[in-house]
Structures are given as structure tokens and as C-alpha cells.
Design a protein around this ligand. Structure first.
Ligand SMILES: [Zn+2]
Length: 493
């Protein structure tokens, strides 16, 4: 049996400046996808499962970029055409597994995944099972559901289960191809902008448990919750329950879970702390004797949601609060400062203009003198979420500013785990305060380190205060922006 594997994987924050172009993508073509088998990613999980099941993987193309602005039309056409050409050359195959995000937007196409899935379906025909693995932050459309025989978003946020979900997707494709049936996807959409919510605890964990318990009890091939991505001005934005079934029998289960989620929506409402408030809360926790560092995550400046990562609001608040030598801040994406530090070398003092290079929203640059403490090439391997996958942050530097250790990196990324800091000789356990830029993915790498976690929501592109973003594409009232928001059977998808 031959199963094709491929995908385009990018999350578009439609409020981010500029378009995402071809040079932003890391592209694996053909055989170059196979070494991912050891990585806990969706492509890795799909390849590995083929090998375990004795199926021949047919690797097409996998293009991945950091979350950023809407994709340029020409870039998407280029990637899609190459993927479709490669699939055409690979035919016949017995099935297809696509590795996608779910919240990607192209200039003029509000639903990249729907468009791509339709192209794949048109090529292979209705008799070949096509199943996709997604990030749970996808905004689902009917076009995706109509083109696919199974939809598998990761369940967890942090996304520690991409490889396991890819295994389930591959298993289902093999099953459908062997048994001669084709799965059906039913989508129930909730008209809500769900704030970033971890599934490791609280209401996120509660709803996920409900989904999994109902999937187990119903015997459905899959029942899943797409949280959706609120930082996207598309008509289909929302939160979604998706059922994969044989003949549509999953719709009722999806409706039941969706109704529960809607009834509990107020539990998702965010009460944001600004920079100064989050630092004060962290200080109170330290005073109360919490064991281990207090991690302050600046969610609003999270590259993982499309922010530039060079914001200075939280760092300014920490300096103003006099945290100094007890505090660590990392990392700020600032290739100019990183290059300057590498030129100067360690133990030298340099004058820098730190951060705030992309726009004024995320805070003003900070002109200061710093001592260069250590340097790294920024080539890392992830150790928590997506374990085993490479991460290239470009030249990095550890700087000391007014007694505070501050790390700069050259390439955009959020903080997944402590690896960037270990590379610079930093043991984050030794600090009372550890500040980083991430919304929730960092929890996978910091859950055994953090004594407590405080979320800072400074002004930024990924703020949880989503009311600040204008919406042109909205077609109905959305919770929590509008009290008239209404969930009902038959909400348009
Ligand atoms: Zn995500």
C-alpha cells in the first residue's frame, strides 16, 4: 500500500504587517521528509506510522513557516502547484495524509486549507481516502470537511500530541483503504472567539476530557475540538467541534459537546494583567514563598501567534520594578543586536538599541549599554513539544543589562522549552523571575520548572483583549465581543 504525505503548514495572523512570502518557508521535498520519522511532529508521526504498519510512504512536499501575516497569492500558488504536481507524478496511491495548520489565509483566499484539500480531492477522486492532521487553532470550513475523510487536530495545547494524532490519521487512512469505506466529517461551529486556553488545566482540560470521553463512549473514529484562531479576520472564525464518522452519525455527539462548551463560555473569559500588574503578581508569589521560579509569559508578543517577538513592554516593567539580578528575560528577537554582540565578542561592553524595531505597538526600543556574556549559533533541537525537531534561532547572545540577564535571538520563534537558554549557559531554575514570550506552548517545557505562571498581556498583536482588533469579515455577533452572540443548530460553517 502506498500513502502520500504532504502539506503546507502556516498560521496567518491577518492583523500582522506585510505578506508572508516564499522565503519565509522551510521546504522539505520528497525523500528529505523521511528523516522526520524520529520527530514528534505530524509529518514525523505519519512517516513513522507508515514504517510501523508496513506501508510505503510517498513523501510529496512539506512547507512550513513561522506564524505571520497573510500569505502572498503567488507564494501559495507556487507551493500548491508543486504539491499537486508531485502527487500527480506519484499516482496511483491508496490514500493521502495532509499535514496542515487550519488557520491559514492567502491574499484573496480566506481558507488555504479548504482550497488545498479541494485540489487534492479533485485530483485523486472520491474513491481514495484523504485525511488531514491539523493544529487545534484551525478555523474550520465546510470546504475542508467536504474534501476530507477524517480530520485530526492535535488535542493538547501545548501541542505535545502532533505525532500521535498523525498516527491516528494514518491508521484511519489505512483502515478505510483496506475496508473500502470513506469517512465523513461533520462540523459544528460556535460563534465565539476563544481566548488562548491551555488544555493542561482548568476549563480547557475539562472540555477536552468531555470530548475524549464522548468519543470513547460513542465508538466514533474521532471527535475533536478545534479551539479556532481569533487573530484572524475571516468570516468563518470561531471554535469548532468536528466528528469523523462512517455515515454522519457523529453530528449529534458534536452538537452535544458544542452545547456544553457554549454553556461554559464565561469560564474562558480572560482578565488580563498588563506588564506592571503581572510583575506585581509575580512579586507577591515570590514573597509568599512559592518554590521554583515564577514564569511570566508575555502572551501578547508571542511569535507563535504572528507577533514580531521584539516587544519591550514587559522587560520595561521588570526594570521599573527593580527585579535586576533575580530576573531573566528571554528571548527578544533582534537580529541587529545579536549580530552586534557577535562582532564584539564576549566580555565586551557595547551600546545597543534593543527591540521595538518592527512597529510601535509592541513598545519602544531601549537604548542602553550591555555586557556580552555568552554567544550561541542558535541551532537547537526541541526537547519538549515537537521533541527531536530542529529549531534554528540564528545567532544568539546573552546580555547583562542593569544586572538582568537578557537573551536576544535572530530568527522569529516563541519559547518552547529551556534549550535556547541552556545553549547560552543559563539554568533558568536559578532565577526568581523568568520572563518569556509565548502563550501556552512553553508550558510543555516549563511545567516541571515553574513554581507558578503569571500571564502578561501587554499591548501586542496576540493580545487576549481581542476587542481591540477591527473586524470587517464578521457575519454574525461573536462572543465575547457581542452579547447577542447565539449558538444554535445549523450555524453556518
Ligand atoms: Zn496552535
Amino acid at each position: 500500500m502506498r500513502i502520500a504525505i504532504g502539506g503546507i503548514d502556516h498560521e496567518a495572523n491577518t492583523y500582522a504587517q506585510g505578506h508572508t512570502r516564499l522565503d519565509a518557508f522551510a521546504i522539505l521535498r520528497g525523500e528529505a521528509m523521511l528523516p522526520t520519522r524520529t520527530m514528534e511532529t505530524h509529518v514525523g508521526g505519519a512517516v513513522r506510522t507508515c514504517e510501523v504498519r508496513g506501508v510505503t510512504p510517498i513523501p510529496l512536499l512539506y512547507a512550513q513557516a513561522q506564524p505571520s501575516g497573510t500569505i502572498e497569492r503567488e507564494t501559495y500558488s507556487h507551493l500548491r502547484d508543486e504539491l499537486i504536481d508531485r502527487l500527480t507524478d506519484a499516482l496511483p496511491v491508496e490514500g493521502v495524509v495532509l499535514c496542515l495548520h487550519g488557520a491559514d489565509v492567502v491574499d484573496g483566499i480566506p481558507d488555504l486549507e479548504g482550497d488545498l484539500c479541494r485540489h487534492v480531492r479533485d485530483l485523486v477522486g472520491d474513491h481514495i481516502p484523504v485525511v488531514a492532521v491539523f493544529d487545534l487553532h484551525g478555523n474550520v470550513t465546510q470546504a475542508m470537511a467536504d474534501s476530507l475523510n477524517g480530520m485530526f487536530p492535535c488535542h493538547q495545547y501545548p501541542h505535545i500530541d502532533f505525532h500521535e494524532r498523525a498516527r491516528e490519521a494514518m491508521d484511519l487512512v489505512i483502515r478505510q483503504a483496506s475496508e473500502g469505506w470513506r469517512g465523513r466529517c461533520d462540523v459544528v461551529r460556535l460563534p465565539m472567539l476563544l481566548p488562548t486556553t491551555t488544555t493542561f488545566e482548568g476549563i480547557g482540560a475539562e472540555i477536552l476530557a468531555e470530548v475524549l470521553e464522548r468519543e470513547d463512549r460513542s465508538g466514533l473514529p474521532d471527535l475533536s475540538w478545534f479551539h479556532g484562531f481569533p487573530h484572524s479576520d475571516v468570516p468563518h472564525v470561531g471554535s469548532f467541534i468536528v466528528a469523523t464518522s462512517r455515515q454522519g452519525e457523529g453530528r449529534e455527539q458534536a452538537m452535544t459537546v458544542a452545547a456544553k462548551l457554549w454553556a461554559k463560555r464565561e469560564a474562558f473569559r480572560v482578565h488580563s494583567l498588563d506588564g506592571a500588574q503581572s510583575v506585581q503578581k509575580a512579586k507577591a508569589l515570590v514573597v509568599s514563598g512559592v518554590e521554583g521560579p515564577v514564569v511570566i509569559n508575555e502572551t501578547s508578543n508571542n511569535c507563535g501567534g504572528g507577533a514580531p517577538g521584539d516587544g519591550t513592554h514587559l522587560r520595561r516593567a521588570m526594570l521599573d520594578a527593580g527585579l535586576g539580578t533575580e530576573a531573566y528575560f528571554g528571548f527578544i528577537v533582534d537580529p541587529v543586536t545579536a549580530a552586534q554582540a557577535h562582532r564584539a565578542g564576549t566580555s565586551n561592553v557595547i551600546e545597543i538599541t534593543l527591540g521595538g524595531r518592527t512597529d510601535t505597538l509592541h513598545g519602544a526600543p531601549n537604548v542602553t549599554s550591555v555586557c556580552v556574556k555568552s554567544l550561541s549559533d542558535g541551532r537547537l533541537v526541541l526537547q519538549a513539544m515537537m521533541k527531536g525537531a530542529p529549531l534554528n534561532l540564528g545567532p544568539m547572545a546573552r546580555l547583562v543589562i542593569d544586572g538582568m540577564d537578557v537573551v536576544v535571538a535572530s530568527r522569529r520563534s516563541q519559547t518552547f522549552d529551556p534549550e535556547p537558554f541552556l545553549a547560552l549557559g543559563i539554568d533558568v531554575r536559578r532565577y526568581r523571575y523568568v520572563a518569556l514570550k509565548s502563550s501556552n506552548l512553553f508550558r510543555a517545557g516549563f511545567r516541571e520548572i515553574a513554581g507558578a505562571i503569571v500571564t502578561a498581556d501587554t499591548p501586542g498583536l496576540v493580545t487576549q483583549n481581542i476587542a481591540v482588533f477591527p473586524r470587517q469579515s464578521t457575519r454574525e455577533p461573536l462572543w465575547p465581543l457581542d452579547a447577542r452572540a447565539l449558538f444554535k443548530e445549523g450555524n453556518p460553517v
